[in-house]
Structure formats: C-alpha cells, structure tokens
Design a protein around this ligand. Structure first.
Ligand code: NAI
Length: 253
C-alpha cells in the first residue's frame, strides 16, 4: 500500500482516543487521509490529534458518545460542513462490560454494552451512508470481535453485541454493494490495548489466556489490527463485501 493511498480522503474513526482506534487514526493519517477522530474521552482524542499533527498528518478531534443518536447526527453534519465529504468510516468504539453469568447479568449493564457496541454501529452507518453515497461511494469497517464467532462465558452482552455487529454489517453490505459502498467487519482477537489490560487486571485467569489459547503465543498489537482496518477500507479490497476479517493470531483456528 502506498503512503498516499488515502490522499484527499476523509476518514472517520470512532474510539480514536485509545488502542485500536488511535492506531488506525494514525495509520489512515500516515497514508494521507484527513482523519476525524472521535471518542467519549475528549482529552484522549485530542492527544491522538496532537500525535497525528506532530507527524505531519491532518486530523480533527471531537468528543462524541457514539450511542447517542443526536450526537452521531451532529457529528455527520459537522463532517459535511467542515470537509464536504466522507469516504471511510471505521466504527470501532466499544466496551466489554463486567463479566457475569447470564442469570446474574445486571439488565442495565447489558443494555449499556449493547448501546455502545451495537446501537452505535447502527446509528453510525445510518448517518454515514447518505454522506458517503453523496460523494460517490466509499467504505465502512465495523469492529466486531472473535466474540462474534464464539460464546465466551460471562460475556453475554459483549458476545451478543458483536454477533449483532456481524449481522448488521452483512445487511448493510447487501443493501449498499450496488451503491459503491463496501461494508465489512473486522474481528480482532486478543489485542494488547487498555481494554485488555483492564480485563486482565480484573481477572488474572484471563491474562494467562494470551499464552495458552493463542497459537501465535502472544497478543496482537493494536497496529496489527489497524493495518487490517486500513486494508479493508482501501481500494486493494475493492471486491471484498460483507465479510468479517478475523485477525487473531490463530485463536479461532
Ligand atoms: P480501548 O478501550 O483501548 O479503546 C476504546 C475507545 O472507545 C476508548 O478510547 C473509549 O473512550 C472509546 N469509547 C467507549 N465508549 C464510547 C462511546 N460511547 N462513544 C465514543 N467512544 C467510546 O479498546 P480497544 O481494545 O482499542 O477496542 C476497540 C474495539 O476493538 C472495540 O470495539 C472492542 O470491542 C474491539 N475489540 C478489542 C479487542 C481487544 O482484545 N482489545 C478484541 C476484539 C475486539
């Protein structure tokens, strides 16, 4: 992939303040894109913008709660007003929620994980699609997880939300393939981001999984997941539609 692959393109990255989202924002900017990074954590996304600017890239930063419809609508209006177009959206923000057996899972916590991980992808695509189509087409990448393929104990809300992201991605891809918008999902395995560090601190058994359950015998780096997101969004993937790309060091082989 050339370093100017995304020259002149406008790319939205959600959850851009940390982990996979931050690395993806840096990677898109390094390839010439103007990146609109958004995150619930305003300070963190401002830091991402500063990192991109320091490297000579172009970025904007905004605090957005991706589960709130009004904020998502306002974000897309802002991008239309500022940049006039949207070529790529990486709907990546997400949370795991605390682990509980299903019968003990607090209903409000379940609703929250579904809102942040799944409702956000629905809302994101709902508002992104008209602007992407207005510009003649583009690509959307939604972050699912290996939990879209498996049933990790204790993670009912998370697994349900990520299975949902997979399903939504396929429907959206089906509806938009003829409109020149390619829509795919990305399923990271264990990736060494703050999300996993928090989960490991809460559950030491979880931390051990990295070396026992992954054939590669290591966790993934956020940059390895970001590279897959960039590829899915690029013209190199021009005939890839409605797929979920698993990037997991062999965890689900
Ligand atoms: P992270 O915790 O490092 O970053 C997630 C970012 O999303 C944070 O900056 C957070 O502030 C933001 N965020 C949370 N709720 C938000 C909201 N309502 N609105 C806007 N932003 C919000 O996590 P990581 O690991 O980078 O995760 C990114 C995506 O990758 C998530 O969707 C996650 O489920 C997925 N994933 C991560 C894996 C891992 O092992 N780290 C494995 C599989 C999937």
């Amino acid at each position: 992939m050339s370093n100017d692959e995304f020259n002149g393109k406008v790319v939205l990255v959600t959850g851009a303040g940390s982990g996979i989202g931050r690395e993806a924002a840096l990677a898109f900017a390094a390839r010439g894109a103007l990146v609109h990074g958004v995150d619930l954590n305003e300070q963190a996304v401002i830091e991402t913008r500063a990192l991109i600017t320091k490297l000579g890239g172009k970025a904007e930063a905004m605090r957005v709660d991706v589960s709130a419809e009004r904020e998502v609508a306002a974000l897309i209006e802002h991008i239309a007003a500022r940049s006039g177009r949207l070529d790529v959206a990486f709907n990546n923000a997400g949370i795991t929620g605390q682990a509980h057996r299903l019968e003990d899972y607090p209903t409000a916590d379940f609703d929250k994980v579904i809102a942040v991980n799944l409702r956000s992808v629905f809302l994101g695509m709902k508002y992104q699609l008209p602007l992407i189509k207005k510009g003649g087409g583009g690509a959307i990448v939604n972050t699912a997880s290996v939990a879209a393929l498996t049933g990790p104990g204790g993670m009912s809300a998370y697994a349900a939300s990520k299975h949902g992201v997979h399903g939504l991605t396929r429907v959206a891809a089906m509806e938009n393939a003829a409109h020149r918008v390619r829509i795919n999902a990305l399923a990271p395995g264990w990736t060494e981001t703050p999300m996993v560090q928090v989960a490991s601190a809460q559950n030491p058994g979880f931390a051990k999984l990295a070396t026992t359950a992954i054939p590669a015998k290591r966790g993934g780096q956020p940059s390895e997941i970001a590279a897959a997101a960039v590829w899915l969004a690029s013209d190199a993937a021009s005939y890839v539609m409605g797929q979920m790309l698993v990037v997991d060091g062999g965890m689900t082989i």
